[in-house]
Design a protein around this ligand. Structure first.
Ligand code: ZN
Length: 63
């Protein structure tokens, strides 16, 4: 469960983000032009104030 950093309301998780009109989405990669994709990020939105938060679930793989 993610809480809003601004108002501490419980956020709505598991949403998606896409590049407008493309549908490719965005991705989190390692550094470099052809960085390896770590994981496709997910989005959480606060239903109270509208704060948007990007996150990945398997962040342990980047350590
Ligand atoms: Zn909020």
């Amino acid at each position: 469960m993610r809480k809003c950093l601004r108002c501490h309301e419980e956020m709505v998780e598991n949403l998606d983000v896409k590049v407008d009109m493309q549908g490719y989405g965005i991705r989190i990669t390692t550094k470099g032009v052809f960085g390896t994709t770590v994981e496709k990020p997910k989005v959480a939105v606060c239903p109270k104030c509208g704060e948007v938060s990007l996150y990945i679930e398997n962040f342990k793989s980047i350590k």
